[in-house]
Design a protein around this ligand. Structure first.
Ligand code: THU
Length: 136
């Protein structure tokens, strides 16, 4: 069993705040994410859609980009928040970006307004990921 990070409640709260700002007029599928950086900072992001649908960026990738903008590139964990009964796993593109920045043993958590929680390790979400190590 995976234990929740000590900052779990703070991460859920930050993810929910981002969720409240999600821009999803086309899908009406609102997502918030919050990540705990190695330096202890919490960063968040929401999905941002576009009338040119393919330009949509998911909450997880916007969250990670926020950290990079702030100068942080190493993460401990990430929480994905939706108000769906079925918990939302990261999409394929987000799995690739998570694998770029997170340790393969790091935990990705999905939660919802009901307090349901599911965990995955990065290596479960994207086994044999193509990462920076493959370029060296
Ligand atoms: N979405 C996310 O933000 N994260 C996920 O993990 C799954 C999907 C967004 C993209 C789009 O705005 C909406 O949810 C429906 O796909």
């Amino acid at each position: 069993m995976t234990t929740l990070s000590p900052q779990h409640a703070q991460l859920v709260s930050a993810a929910k705040q981002a969720y409240d700002n999600a821009y999803a007029p086309y899908s009406n599928f609102f997502v918030g994410a919050a990540a705990l950086c190695q330096n202890g900072d919490i960063v968040s992001g929401c999905n941002v859609e576009n009338a040119s649908y393919g330009l949509t960026v998911c909450a997880e990738r916007n969250c990670i980009a926020q950290a990079v903008i702030a100068g942080e590139q190493e993460f401990k964990t990430i929480v994905i928040y939706t108000e769906q009964v079925k918990l939302t796993p990261p999409c394929g593109a987000c799995r690739q970006v998570i694998a770029e920045f997170f340790n393969q043993d790091a935990v990705v958590t999905a939660t919802n307004h009901l307090g349901d929680v599911v965990h995955w390790q990065v290596k479960q979400l994207l086994p044999d990921a193509f990462t920076p190590k493959d370029l060296s």
